[in-house]
Write a protein of this length. Structure first.
Length: 561
């Protein structure tokens, strides 16, 4: 109750302030927003900010939020992307109603609006080549020049656009342009293209259309047709707002949504451009859109991020008017906070070395009771098999340990988590590799559970698994994809030159307590002392789980800076 009250008392961001004022003044009685992705790739964490904002405002105001696919470029769009976007929005916990919307549903109406613009002498068919159009457009300091086709008659423009629609012309030979102002200081208002010829089958309309509307033209009219009250866009669309308003004003539409821009999400140690993410996928720098090193929502989901952690992250960073950078640590802390509370604890030895308890009966099999969560007794306990031969982490033993090394070594006694106190006796070296092959110890049978009746203090506690009963698992140690905060910051190198060569390390010899084979795809646990891990949803098989490291227990990158 206290957290809910605290959330309700938080000051509103500037967008929510605008909406509250519109409701209070009676300008709007119901709020309708939309999330309008282009189905030309998978969504990433930046899109989650828009999803949470638009659907969050809907929930807070008992309103409506449409999921609308702005599918106006058939050469880059696929049904696969549509389905992945729907899955991502659903996974985040949001509901768009009975059916999603598609801009392609409005193609007939959009064409009629284009005809209306021509009849108002506010649009014309232009035959300049792309290079000529760039030349005529002008620069930021010089006005553009009128196209020689700008003053064609309305009748000629109507005839030409009909022939464009019928497929009479080749791609690139004709475009339909809005007639606005070639001297405008805003380049977006210098007679922008609103229709172009594309002889490409559309994923929904097939070969019905030979011409397709441009995004800026489509977006505002789709908002209008859906009675959107507040059209929320990132800051790069601020210069496009005059065109958004011009189209709606010129057509005198019955509904005129208000476009409001907010700062996009910029996250360190990654790239947020869909084009660059596509390069990573197509260049095989990563293993597909859902590679757990990616900040695509499918990649984060596969890595073990939860919907709650993403929503909490978005709430933490807030909504502002100026672009800024968010450190990756903020995102990583959001999943640490979530899993610290909700993930069960298990034991897994990533780099095993054998420990033999010389005084433990060879045939004896014991079971140790372990807590599933030290701070949450409601999560219960589990039984872990204990045998004469165990595995511990290779890093938990040193032949010549320094004074502050509180783990196993000559002359050292350590506590086995939920087990016994064990005392070093000897160790054996593999002659070929030079590595420790096995460690011999004795155990104190009076110390079951890890405490000594005589009150002696032992500083070190390590995790372990039974060598006889443990199960082999594959573990992938995922880390940040890039080794620098801003992979695009060095103009002398390509962003792929900044990839972190240790972003994925695969361990094939890890040994885990047997209960881990019962976990389901996507289940998250904490490997004690190691980090948080998730059962991989793509490569795991029955009784052969693959675990992806979601995040370390602490921020290891802070030490590198």
């Amino acid at each position: 109750m206290e957290k809910k009250a605290e959330k309700e008392n938080k000051p509103l961001d500037f967008i929510r302030q605008i909406i509250a004022e519109d409701l209070k003044s009676g300008k709007h009685h119901n709020i309708t927003t939309r999330f309008p992705p282009e189905p030309n790739g998978f969504l990433h964490i930046g899109h989650a900010k828009s999803i949470c904002l638009n659907f969050g405002i809907k929930e807070e105001n008992n309103g409506v939020c449409n999921l609308r696919f702005d599918d106006t470029n058939p050469s880059k769009e696929e049904t696969t992307y549509v389905e992945s976007i729907k899955s991502d929005v659903t996974w985040l916990g949001y509901d768009w109603g009975d059916q999603p919307f598609f801009a392609s549903d409005y193609f007939p109406q959009l064409y009629e609006f284009a005809i209306a613009l021509i009849k108002k002498d506010k649009a014309y068919v232009c035959r300049l080549s792309p290079d000529q159009m760039r030349e005529y457009r002008g620069t930021l300091t010089e006005p553009g020049k009128d196209s020689p086709y700008r003053n064609q008659s309305i009748a000629e423009n109507l005839d030409l656009v009909a022939r464009m629609k019928n497929g009479d012309f080749e791609e690139g030979s004709h475009v339909l342009r809005a007639k606005i102002d070639m001297a405008s200081p805003n380049l977006n208002m210098r007679d922008p293209v609103i229709y172009r010829i594309l002889k490409t089958a559309h994923h929904r309309t097939g070969d019905t259309w030979q011409i397709y509307p441009m995004y800026d033209y489509t977006h505002c009219l789709s908002d209008m047709l859906e009675n959107i009250t507040h059209s929320l866009c990132t800051l790069e669309f601020e210069d496009h707002r005059p065109l958004y308003d011009w189209i709606l004003d010129t057509l005198d539409t019955p509904c005129h949504p208000r476009q409001i821009e907010f700062a996009r999400l910029n996250l360190t140690y990654t790239v947020m451009s869909k084009r660059k993410i596509m390069q990573l996928v197509e260049g095989c720098y990563v293993d597909g859109w859902d590679d757990p090193r990616m900040v695509t929502l499918s990649g984060l989901r596969r890595r073990g991020y939860t919907p709650a952690s993403i929503r909490n992250f978005i709430e933490t960073i807030g909504v502002g008017k100026k672009d800024s950078w968010i450190d990756m640590t903020v995102l990583e802390n959001s999943i640490r906070d979530d899993l610290n509370t909700n993930a069960a604890r298990k034991m897994c030895v990533l780099d095993p070395v054998k420990v033999i308890l010389d005084n433990y009966p060879e045939e004896q099999l014991d079971e140790m009771e372990a807590k599933n969560h030290p701070q949450n007794p409601d999560m219960g306990t589990r039984k872990i098999p204990f045998t004469r031969e165990l595995y511990i982490e290779r890093a938990d033993f040193m032949e010549n340990p320094p004074r502050k090394f509180h783990r196993l070594g000559p002359g050292r006694e350590v506590r086995l988590r939920y087990g016994y106190l064990i005392q070093y006796v000897s160790h054996k070296i593999d002659e070929e590799t030079g590595e420790v092959e096995e460690i011999h110890c004795t155990y104190d049978p009076e110390t079951r559970g890890g405490s000594a009746p005589d009150g002696r203090k032992v500083k070190g506690t390590i995790h372990w698994v039974s060598a006889e009963k443990a199960v082999p698992v594959t573990v992938r140690l995922y880390d940040r994809l890039f080794k620098v905060e801003n992979p695009e910051g060095d103009k002398e190198t390509h962003f792929t030159d900044q990839l972190n060569p240790e972003s994925m390390v695969t361990l094939t010899s890890a040994m885990a307590e047997p209960g881990l084979t019962e976990l389901l795809s996507g289940d998250c646990v904490q490997f004690e002392r190691q980090g948080y891990f998730c059962v991989d949803s793509a490569d795991s098989q029955k009784n052969k789980p693959v675990f992806n490291r979601t995040v370390t227990l602490r921020d290891s990158w802070a030490k590198k800076k």
